[in-house]
Design a protein around this ligand. Structure first.
Ligand code: HPA
Ligand code: ZN
Length: 326
C-alpha cells in the first residue's frame, strides 16, 4: 500500500508519549532481573496476555506496576534510549515526551535519578542523529494539588531540562481546575502547559483546561467534538490536539478504528496530530498508528500530510527550527 509507504517515509514528530508507556515486556523482565525485583507475572507472554483493557483505569493499574521496576539512572536511560532508537528507525525527527515523577518518587526513586537518565538519552539522540526533543513533567491528577506543588519544588533545580508541564492519570473525578494554582505557579516559571482532557472526561474538562488553566495544547481532546462552541474556541485559539488512535482503540475511547474521529477533526479545521501515547501497551509506535488509520478510515494523502505538518506547527520547537521541517 503506497500510503503506508508514504507515512513511513514522512518526517514525523511525536508530541504525546509517556516514556513509562514505552516499557516493552522483554525489557521490563530484563531490568527486573538486573534489579532483583519481582514482577507479578512469570513470563513475557503472561504479561502481554494481561494487556486487555476496557477503560483508562485498567491500563493505568498495569502501567504503574510495570514502571515499579525502574530504580536507577541507568534504567531510565535504557528505557528512553530503546524508545528513541525505535522511533528514529521510523523517521521521527522530534519528540516531546512526558515523564511521571510522582510514580517514581512514591517508590523512593529520587527526582534527579529519573531526570538524569531520561535527559542523557535525549542528549545522546540529538548528538547521534540530530533528533531534537522537549521534556514534559506530568502531574498525576489522582493525587492532590499539594503533591503536585511538592513535585514542582523538587523539579526546580532541573528546570533548564524541563520545557513543559502536563496533567495525566485517571481523568474522571479529577478536573483540571483541581490544579489551578499549581499550573499558575508553573506558568510563572515560564513553562509551557498541556493537559490530558476529553479522553474519558466530559467537554467541561476541556473548557477548564483552556479557560481556567490556559493550556498551550490539549492531549487527546476527543470529547471536545460533543460541543460545537468548544470546537470553535479550540480553532480560534489555534490549539493543537495530540490524538492517539491506537490508544483510543485499546482503551475503548473508540469502539472501532473505522469510527476514529481524527478525519472529522481535520474537516472541522482542528490541528489534530498523530501520537502513540503508551506504545508498549497499545500495540504500536508512530508508524503503526498511521498504518491503522490508513487501513481503517479511508484517510487521504492530503490528510496524512496535514497530520504530519500539524505535528511540526503544534510542537514546541522554536519558529526557526519549525521552518526547517516544513
Ligand atoms: N491518559 C491518562 N494518563 C495516562 C495516559 C493516558 O493516555 N498514559 C499514561 N498516563
Ligand atoms: Zn497520554
Amino acid at each position: 500500500n503506497s500510503l503506508i509507504e508514504l507515512s513511513k517515509k514522512m518526517p514525523k514528530t511525536e508530541l504525546h508519549l509517556h516514556i513509562e508507556g514505552t516499557f516493552e515486556p522483554e525489557q521490563m523482565f530484563a531490568i527486573a532481573q538486573r534489579n532483583q525485583v519481582a514482577l507479578k507475572y512469570n513470563t513475557v507472554d503472561d504479561l502481554k496476555a494481561a494487556y486487555q483493557f476496557t477503560n483508562l483505569q485498567d491500563f493505568l493499574d498495569l502501567y504503574y506496576q510495570g514502571m515499579s521496576v525502574l530504580l536507577h539512572e541507568a534504567d531510565f536511560y535504557d528505557l528512553t534510549m530503546a524508545y528513541l532508537e525505535k522511533v528514529h528507525s521510523e523517521n521521527v525527527v522530534h519528540v516531546e515526551i512526558f515523564f511521571d515523577p510522582q510514580g517514581h518518587l512514591s517508590r523512593g526513586v529520587n527526582f534527579d535519578v529519573q531526570i538524569r537518565g531520561i535527559y542523557n538519552a535525549l542528549q545522546d539522540a540529538e548528538n547521534k542523529w540530530g533528533m531534537t526533543s522537549k521534556l514534559i513533567m506530568s502531574f498525576l491528577r489522582h493525587l492532590s494539588e499539594e503533591s503536585a506543588f511538592e513535585t514542582l519544588e523538587l523539579a526546580k533545580p532541573h528546570l533548564k531540562w524541563i520545557d513543559g508541564i502536563g496533567l495525566d492519570s485517571s481523568e474522571v473525578g479529577h478536573p483540571p481546575e483541581k490544579f489551578l494554582r499549581v499550573f499558575e505557579a508553573c506558568k510563572n516559571l515560564g513553562l509551557k502547559i498541556t493537559a490530558h482532557a476529553g479522553e474519558e472526561g466530559p467537554p467541561d474538562y476541556v473548557w477548564q483546561a483552556i479557560e481556567q488553566i490556559g493550556v498551550d495544547r490539549i492531549d487527546h481532546g476527543n470529547r471536545a467534538l460533543e460541543d460545537t462552541r468548544l470546537v470553535e474556541i479550540i480553532k480560534q485559539r489555534n490549539l493543537t490536539l495530540t490524538v492517539c488512535p491506537l490508544s483510543n482503540l485499546k482503551l475503548c475511547v473508540v469502539n472501532d478504528m473505522q469510527d476514529h474521529p481524527i478525519r472529522k477533526m481535520l474537516a472541522l479545521g482542528l490541528n489534530a496530530t498523530v501520537n502513540s501515547d503508551d506504545p508498549a501497551y497499545f500495540g504500536g509506535y508512530m508508524n503503526d498508528n498511521y498504518a491503522s488509520l490508513i487501513n481503517s478510515t479511508g484517510i487521504s494523502k492530503k490528510e496524512l500530510f496535514q497530520l504530519a505538518k500539524n505535528g511540526i506547527t503544534g510542537s514546541w520547537m522554536d519558529e526557526h527550527h519549525k521552518e526547517q521541517h516544513l
